[in-house]
Design a binder for this molecule. Structure first.
Ligand code: GLN
Length: 223
């Protein structure tokens, strides 16, 4: 199997943990701080941190436009937490000057759970990630309030999970993981747990993107 070379945007946030998780998932991981480093990777992880700060640093480091160009050309990307916000095409409760790449048609609300509680942990089932529920760690996390065409919801949490109750505050639940083509986004931080299955899922997406359109087709896995 090929070893994809995946960059982690390293302007701010939990870069090292993502690199470790990517390596555990069978990729070669490398930090990306400048355009020449971006040129050398085939996919990009945008870590958690603070989306307002990352947006500003992307401009200071002249990286916003190069990253946007690669994303528009179809580079696979995985954004966690602040990274999810940066991939969205609409951000609620953002700062007026914060920018996003707009590559996933979805509305994301910043700090959405944080109105109740800063951080929490809960197991969630992720469609396409085998092996049972994933222990998801949420830190001042966003949630997704709208998904557009081509965006598949692959993970939700019950309303109320953040307050330690059993949920059940209504139908559905909060959308916390989505996939849109070669892009993956999670509200939570899979890099802070030793479980590398979400990174394995992303590495699989990158391998699929390399293999071309035939291999990219979803293979009728049972729901
Ligand atoms: N609240 C942060 C933001 O708006 C995201 C928090 C995180 O990435 N852990 O960017």
């Amino acid at each position: 199997m090929t070893v994809p070379r995946i960059g982690v945007l390293a302007l701010q946030g939990d870069v090292v943990d993502h690199m470790r998780a990517l390596e555990a998932a069978g990729a070669e991981a490398t930090p990306v701080r400048r355009a020449s480093e971006l040129d050398a990777v085939e996919a990009l992880v945008i870590p958690g941190g603070e989306s307002t700060a990352m947006s500003r640093l992307l401009e200071v480091f002249d990286l916003f436009d190069p990253v946007k160009k690669r994303l528009d050309e179809g580079m696979p990307a995985f954004g966690s937490c602040a990274g999810m916000i940066l991939l969205a095409d609409e951000v609620l409760d953002g700062r007026p000057d914060q920018r996003s790449f707009g590559v996933i048609p979805m509305t994301v609300r910043r700090n959405a759970f944080g109105r109740q509680v800063d951080s929490f942990e809960t197991p969630i089932a992720i469609d396409g990630v085998p092996g049972g529920p994933f222990e998801a760690v949420f830190i001042r996390a966003p949630w997704v309030e709208r998904v557009g065409a081509g965006v598949r919801v692959i993970g939700t949490v019950e309303a109320g999970a953040e307050s330690g109750r059993d949920g059940g505050e209504g139908p559905g639940g909060r959308i916390v993981a989505v996939r849109a083509g070669v892009c993956l986004a999670t509200s939570f931080h899979p890099e802070v747990t030793p479980d590398a299955r979400v990174h394995e899922y992303f590495v699989g997406m990158v391998r699929g993107a390399n293999a071309g359109p035939v291999e990219q087709e979803e293979r009728g896995t049972p729901e």
